[in-house]
Design a protein around this ligand. Structure first.
Ligand code: XMP
Length: 507
């Protein structure tokens, strides 16, 4: 495997994904964590950073020692740190360089094998390497900087630096450079594939779980379904899935998700707890209070059901890699750990040992593994859906009638997106029921009914998002369908706010 030492760059996860795309396994470690003495580490990549190597508190690692053990590739800050540690100089350049640049290859080297003599790369740096250490040589330049790629001579293991970012999409041949480093220089085999992952993971789960019983909350989402399917492959019916109808799922979702689980062969109990949720939500209109009520009641119900299973001692979860990567804070080299429980935030009081087969996978890898496992596409390609469901899309107090109104409108919207081949073009879409009534006219009659807002966004990770520019004709069609067939709604509007400053959900 490859280790990526993180100095807090916004691109570190992209490096990891690019390495994984080359079918090579890698892990991200904060730069200030002790390196594991692990003979399977075949190479190290040093990430970029918001710091300058000349800052007083600039993060550092012992590059000399690293380069004595395995091949090392420094990217941006990682390259500058390497140059500085070996006696070169890095200065704030008069011209900062952000965005496109043209790379000119000056000297052939295995890391540049198969590249064009010139190609577009992506830059993002304020400092530049002014002078390379003795015994280092330049491999490539750009029009504005003399050192865009370098190699050290005479180190025990190959040591390279790149000023540009090979991991980003706009570095046209960047993936080729990374592959050259991984395969030709580090000697990694490209066997990190969904098929291998499934075989290895199922074997490891068998070994870890043995004949113990595992309980798991399922949500109908991609992560929990893929995790459960892997565990099921390993232990069969000793995995006990629990899927709770909290009354704020999408229309017909409870049954259709249970049907899908049945086709996969999962042992899942569906719990109809709609009424308990409606009772608990009655009179609550504050968004955070609604979230708390739903989260709390979910835990109660899950525990009741888990206690019915004899000898259960393990808890399956669909935690994925972005939830557990230890990230380096840009406000100083302190390490913060983001911890997130996939479903509902189950408490530690159950004293169950965790089973998290997706803990090292990125979302796109989870999808590929899901396809490998034969999970139907309609489940794999589902948009994200929040745990509190339609409850945070019904502004204010929730009643069963309002849930049914919104389910009907949302169902028309989502089906239309699929029918018009727009579903896959947006990251997330849904309808929101506003606590607003307005006047309309239908036939000769005056109406006074609710308004529904349609939301659709494009995004990569949900952290930032833009409103999706859906065609007017499509929006007109959906508006007509909703108003004509959902009694109680006489007006439809489209949300054209980006995140930030708005959020994706309205509550
Ligand atoms: P916002 O509204 O914060 O949403 O822009 C970002 C993403 O998170 C989802 N979301 C939630 N998911 N529990 C969840 O499991 C929640 O309470 C929650 N609130 C928002 C939202 O659907 C979007 O994908």
């Amino acid at each position: 495997k490859i280790l990526i030492l993180d100095f807090g760059s916004q691109y570190t996860q992209l490096i990891a994904r690019a390495v994984r795309e080359a079918n090579v396994y890698c892990e991200i470690l904060p730069f200030n964590k002790p390196l594991p003495a692990d003979p399977s580490v075949k190479g190290v990549i040093l990430s970029g950073s918001p710091f300058s190597v000349n800052d007083d508190n600039a993060p550092e690692v012992a590059v000399r020692d690293l380069a004595g053990q395995t091949p090392v590739l420094g990217i941006c800050y990682g390259a500058q740190l390497t140059a500085k540690v070996f006696g070169g100089s890095v200065e704030r350049s008069s011209k900062r360089e952000y965005g496109r640049a043209t790379l000119h290859i000056g000297q052939q080297d295995p890391i540049l094998g198969g590249l064009s003599a010139t190609s577009q790369v992506w830059m993002s740096h304020g400092d530049s390497i002014q002078r390379l250490p003795d015994g280092f040589h330049v491999l490539a330049t750009t029009d504005s900087i003399p050192v865009a790629a370098f190699k050290a001579d005479g180190t025990t293991q190959p040591l390279y630096g790149l000023q540009f970012h090979p991991e980003v999409y706009h570095s046209i041949e960047g993936k080729k450079i990374l592959k050259n480093f991984l395969v030709d220089i580090c000697g990694c085999s490209q066997n990190w594939t969904p098929a291998h992952f499934v075989t290895d993971t199922v074997a490891a789960l068998k070994e870890k779980i043995g004949d113990r019983q595992v309980v798991m909350a399922l949500s109908g989402g991609v992560d929990s379904t893929v995790a459960a399917t892997l565990i099921h492959r390993a232990i069969g019916p000793n995995l006990h899935g629990i899927f709770v109808d909290n009354g704020v799922l999408r229309k017909d979702e409870f049954q259709s998700v249970l049907d899908t689980y049945a086709t996969i062969g999962l042992n899942v109990t569906g719990i109809d707890a709609k009424q308990r949720f409606y009772d608990a939500l009655a009179g609550k209109s504050d968004p955070e209070q609604k979230r708390k009520v739903i989260g709390g009641l979910f835990i109660d119900i899950f525990q009741e059901e888990a206690h019915r299973i004899e000898n259960v001692s393990m808890l399956g979860q669909g935690t994925i890699y972005p939830d557990v990567i230890e990230s380096v804070s840009v406000h100083g080299p302190s390490v913060t750990i983001k911890s997130h429980h996939n479903v509902g935030g189950l408490p530690d009081t159950m004293h169950l040992e965790l089973v998290e087969p997706l803990r090292y996978l990125f979302k796109d890898e989870v999808r590929r593994v899901g396809r490998e496992l034969g999970i139907p596409d309609n489940l794999i390609d589902r948009h994200p859906f929040p745990g509190p469901g339609l409850a945070i899309r019904i502004l204010g107090e929730i009643t069963e009638e309002k849930v049914q109104l919104l389910q009907a409108a949302d169902d028309i919207y989502v089906k239309a997106l699929k029918k018009h081949n727009l579903y896959a073009t947006v990251w997330q879409a849904g309808a929101i029921l506003l606590p607003v009534k307005s006047v309309g006219v239908m036939g000769d009659e005056r109406t006074y009914e609710f308004t529904v807002a349609l939301r659709a966004v494009t995004s990569v990770d949900g952290m930032t998002a833009d409103w999706a520019h859906l065609p007017y004709e499509f929006l007109g069609y959906v508006s007509n369908e909703i108003i004509n067939s959902v009694r109680g709604i006489n007006r439809v509007v489209y949300d054209i706010s980006s995140k930030p400053p708005a959020t994706i959900e309205w509550e």
